[in-house]
Design a protein around this ligand. Structure first.
Ligand code: ATP
Length: 229
């Protein structure tokens, strides 16, 4: 479903990603693990088209999107939940979700969204800025989901979120997969969360993928070594 091949990304003269390749099937979740500064955010921004590819290709469902602007990639089936959530603080929860429906025929928020995230129903008339970090993360996922993606990208969804809510988010992502059979790519530093949601785990270091394992064969101690400074 998602095919990433030899992706190279530069910041000016300096190369940040040195040829990243991986793929994720329909109804598969993969985690990209790595410490701060290893290239997770750069990779996600290049997949959604916020950063241009210097080389390489990104395919969604067999269609090349690597040269497209972000809005076209969204139309072709990628949705992105950025690091830091980036919700609109002065819009209500409902209005925030509706921004994801801008190009949809149906403007009503599907009930399934509130079934996945009941707290968003309770908070629907509150301003996004007044939600807790965990609630904002759920809102950001809801906003991405209403675009009906084939591939959902989440950049460090657990960052700054308390453990009980991290569990809720893992449960919701697993539920989303069951309901929609989409592909999920998540970047993470929290190994327990990655083990809860991902079928395969990768480690990124210095802009390269240096490790891959299925969940079943993952050596957690080894991954923790990669994640410790
Ligand atoms: N705007 C930028 N200009 C120049 N270099 C950058 C820029 N953003 C990131 N980098 C560099 O690219 C590399 C990868 O950074 P990136 O933000 O992708 O890491 P990350 O793994 O997502 O870390 P974090 O969890 O802190 O976001 C780092 O060496 C970083 O210094």
């Amino acid at each position: 479903m998602l095919n990433v091949s030899n992706v190279v990304v530069n910041y000016g003269q300096s190369e940040a990603l040195h040829g990243v390749s991986f793929s994720a099937r329909r109804n598969e979740a993969v985690a990209i693990m790595g410490r701060n500064g290893m290239g997770k955010t750069t990779l996600f921004k290049s997949l959604i088209g916020v950063l241009p590819l210097r080389a390489g290709s990104v395919q969604v469902d067999g269609q090349e999107v690597g040269g497209d602007e972000s809005y076209r990639r969204v139309a072709k089936g990628i949705a992105y939940v950025p690091q830091g959530r980036m919700i609109f603080p002065t819009l209500t929860v409902e209005e925030n979700i509706q921004t994801g429906l801008e190009n949809a025929k149906q403007k009503r928020i599907p009930e399934e969204i509130f079934a996945l995230f009941p707290v968003l129903w309770d908070m629907r008339r509150r301003k996004g800025g007044n939600l807790s970090g965990g609630q904002q993360q759920q809102l950001a996922i809801a906003r991405a989901l209403v675009t009906e993606p084939k591939v959902l990208l989440l950049d460090e969804p657990t960052e700054g979120i308390q453990p009980s809510i991290i569990k809720d988010i893992a449960r919701a992502l697993n539920e989303i997969r069951k309901l929609r059979q989409i592909t999920i790519v998540v970047s993470e530093q929290v190994l327990s969360f990655a083990m809860d949601v991902a079928d395969r785990l990768f480690v990124i270091e210095g802009g390269r993928l240096v490790h891959e394992s299925t969940r079943a064969e993952t050596d957690e101690a080894r991954i923790k070594q990669f994640l410790s400074v």
